[in-house]
Design a protein around this ligand. Sequence first.
Ligand code: OAD
Length: 239
Amino acid sequence: MRVLVITGAGVSAESGIPTFRGKGGYWRNLDPAKLATPEAFARDPELVWQWYGERRERIRAAQPNAAHHAIAKLARHAADFLLVTQNVDDLHARAGLPNEKMVQIHGDIFVTRCSRCEFERHDYEHGQENVLPRCPKCNALMRPGVVWFGEQLPWSEAQRVEKFLSRGACDVVIVVGTTATFGYIIDWALRASCGGELIEVNPEETPLSQFATRLVREPAAIAVPRIIDELIDSRSSKL
Ligand code: OAD
């Protein structure tokens, strides 16, 4: 079984991480879509770091939910598997999904990188967020290692997705908890599912819904474990 899973903020909603565009997405009355930009960082880096600092804390305190665990289980059962997540949290990894089966296409919130040179470090530990970090190599401001609106996707990570797609169509594509705002998300889901099953798990309609072969309008932590158990059972009964 060849499987592609694509996740967005909705898969972490039941772990208590607010989605970008849903209720609770606003922070101090500010729209995350306006904070997660190079312009916001240039204007007020302290404010942007405060927002990311609070998000880091919230993510550290959160636990993976049943959907993250089910996706990790599917990865162990499928012969060929890739998860593409737009989430910068580490909940898929903490549910046991190995790095080589996962692409974090919008980066990793716990990475802090230089806004000018190549220097970067992993800042999982608490306590870095209250000061404006500066690069130890070139003294420029450090920034979160995430992709902001209007920025290029990390080339090597996009290449990993392309490589997976170039190996042929998938038997199943599952898209969970994303508004599918970005064209590349729709493109990857359609190219991977070509002729196969495309399952969308999302309580709301999205631009991808019209292409889905199965729509599941339920929260991820309820629907995803059930769908994945059904998939694993149906495939093992065919063996
Ligand atoms: P959004 O906040 O745009 O969308 C969250 C989606 O999850 C919506 O479609 C909801 O209907 C759905 N949802 C909410 N609760 C759910 C639940 N319990 N189970 C399943 N689905 C649920 O988040 P994304 O689509 O991930 O990018 O946003 C994509 C990107 O836009 C983010 O990675 C970020 C953002 O700006 C960058 O920062 C570049």
